[in-house]
Ligand binder design. Structure first.
Ligand code: ZN
Length: 390
């Protein structure tokens, strides 16, 4: 077997025997059968309520009469295949007047404008691109540099920088819809995000204040958010989650087929990815002892174990059928922390990382590409003013 694993098996920590999530993972508890709350479905009731509410709001949106203003909805458009598919459906099947809103995230490798050129030509919507580089970078620096939330933490705390980035641009979209009097906001959220995605815009705003405090929130957004907090419900936009409402139909291969037939898809070797990915892993290892994708990977392991025929991809990431998650997680953590501290040899780290990513089903090229981005972690951090020293 392997040498002792620094990330597991301390006396107070156990791992779920189905999905390998640890008892110290934020939001996770493990019972005396050594099964976690996600595997034993303790959350199923709250989950069903969320699904029911999401489906109701979506049905209400589909049936709604045209809005009084110029647009029936603000559609958060990333330019990826899922959101392109849904944008086309909203405009051409549901007949909605759509403002396609793209937030240009400065951490994405390929910028928004390049992604949306094809859709602009073929889909009859109004396209806008919004950006706020200085403020989103300021917020990210703050998330990384300050202490993590107190243990035991809440669900998704290990992904706090990623969740914060997303919440930042959802707030920008909410403010845009509010100013322009657009009654609905469509968000192509992953079905896995249902536990934490807030459908009520006032709650999204409250959550941000709670995480970042009044002072920083004021610096980032001025006083605009306060207007939202104190306005009447009927003046606030509602958020709809079309993919969650239609979750049973989600099929990535069919989406690509449909987009190809409509000339809306060009496969590109330059898939958009986040340049902060290595730092997101640093954050989750440093504060929570797990890799950034632990929850996604454990959800995959759970599905495979429940259903031997399971071969559907999770929403956006692929994992191999068999994955020794506990071990891959621990090895990756050792390399990430060594790189962060500037220890060890570049070539050794690269070889280890390539082997690990291949075990997670990456091709040789993809594994090498991602490995190199990890090796650059320190320079990306220093450009953004993120401190890696402990
Ligand atoms: Zn589990």
């Amino acid at each position: 077997m392997h040498q002792p694993d620094p990330h597991q098996a301390s006396e107070s920590t156990t791992a779920c025997r189905i999905c390998a999530l640890g008892s110290d993972h934020p939001g996770i508890t493990i019972d005396d059968q050594q099964i976690c709350n996600l595997c034993s479905l303790n959350q199923v009731e709250g989950l069903l309520d969320n699904y029911r509410y999401t489906s109701e709001v979506f049905a209400e949106f589909q049936a709604a009469a045209p809005a009084a203003g110029d647009y029936d909805c603000l559609f958060m458009y990333s330019g990826g295949k899922d959101s392109t598919y849904m944008l086309d459906l909203f405009v051409n099947e549901y007949g909605k007047q759509v403002l396609a809103y793209t937030f240009d995230v400065p951490f994405e490798s390929v910028h928004a404008a390049q992604n949306i050129a094809l859709a602009r030509e073929k889909i009859d919507a109004t396209f806008v691109v919004d950006a706020d580089d200085d403020n989103i970078k300021l917020m990210m620096r703050e998330v990384f540099n300050r202490p993590a939330p107190a243990k035991p933490g809440r669900y998704l705390d290990e992904k706090l920088p990623c969740v914060s980035c997303r919440t930042f641009f959802v707030l920008k979209a909410i403010l845009w819809a509010y100013r322009e009097n657009i009654p609905y906001i469509a968000l192509c959220a992953d079905p896995q995000q249902i536990l934490t995605m807030e459908s009520n815009v006032r709650e999204v705003v409250r959550g941000f204040y709670k995480t970042f405090g009044e002072q920083l929130t004021g610096t980032l957004f001025g006083e605009q958010l306060e207007d939202l907090l104190f306005d009447e419900d009927e003046n606030l936009p509602k958020i709809v989650f079309p993919f969650i409402a239609m979750r049973h139909d989600y099929d990535p291969d069919r989406i690509v087929e449909v987009l190809r037939a409509k000339g809306l898809y060009e496969s590109s070797p330059l898939e958009t990815h986040c340049t902060l990915f290595p730092l997101l892993n640093y954050y989750s290892y440093k504060n929570w002892g797990c890799m950034f994708y632990k929850l996604n990977a454990s959800s995959h392991v759970r599905s495979v174990k429940r259903n031997a025929d399971y071969d559907r991809n999770t929403f956006s990431i692929k994992f191999p059928r068999s994955l020794d998650l506990g071990e891959v997680d621990a090895r990756l953590g050792e390399v990430v922390m060594a790189i962060a501290k500037g220890e060890g040899q570049r070539a050794d780290h690269e070889a280890t990382l390539v082997a690990l990513f291949k075990r997670m089903d990456a091709s040789e090229d993809a594994a090498r590409f991602v490995a190199r981005s990890f090796l650059d972690m320190r320079s990306v951090a220093s450009e953004l003013g993120i401190r890696l020293d402990d």
